[in-house]
Ligand binder design. Sequence first.
Ligand SMILES: [Zn+2]
Length: 172
Amino acid sequence: MDEKVRLKGTPIKRFDETITVERSSTAKYAWTAGQAISRFLVELKKGKLIGRRCNKCRRILIPPRMYCESCFRATDEWIYVEPIGTVNTAVVSYITTTREKLEKPLIIAVIEIEGTGGSGLFHYLEGVNPEDVINRKVFGMRVKAVWKPEAEREGSINDIKYFVPITGGEEK
Ligand SMILES: [Zn+2]
């Protein structure tokens, strides 16, 4: 083959020959949490837990949803519930959500909110021994929400700091 034949096209350039352009973007966007979760977040900021009741299956959906996936129909009404529940399941985590090692392990639980017919929140559990989680002693334990001070709330599930056990004789 003739060494002098040059193929058509753009030859690959060395990196230091490439042209770079710097620019910054000012993209603006809005995002909606949707009708049900928006109300849920607004109520959390007020220190209240709200769900949607389905009048057919009688469940209260927490977090709320505008549609009952069990009955295939729209849910009927907003209803406040007490921020108390039962630990359905829990795990002990020794790492953060960004995988850094923790000195003090986190306990994450699924808490079935009382009176909802099976709706639950995924949240932190404090005031229990991690060993009691590993030994499953916390399962079925009644717990209550501990809220952030009102001035620190921002309309987030983390406006509830964590759940703690309800100790003997205590109602809420
Ligand atoms: Zn239903």
